[in-house]
Write a new protein. Structure first.
Length: 75
């Protein structure tokens, strides 16, 4: 059974950008910032999605179309 998420996006830690998933936008942003992440770019998904569907959704958005971490993400 795949876990579902309501939030997805990217952040940078130690110069490496990664795709992030969560179920609470505000809490996830606080945790990432507290742990030294920069360029945090998370969005609320239109519905609960597993990681694969969330990445496909992000790939369709203009603001994520050039993000290497999203383009290269594999589940």
């Amino acid at each position: 059974m795949n876990k579902s998420f309501t939030v997805a996006g990217t952040s940078v830690l130690n110069g490496k950008e990664k795709v992030r998933f969560a179920n609470d936008l505000a809490t996830r942003i606080k945790v990432l910032a507290r742990n030294g992440h920069t360029d945090v770019d998370l969005i609320e998904l239109p519905q609960e999605m597993d990681k694969e569907m969330a990445v496909l959704f992000l790939k369709g958005l203009e603001r994520f179309k050039d993000k290497e971490s999203v383009l290269a993400y594999t589940v």
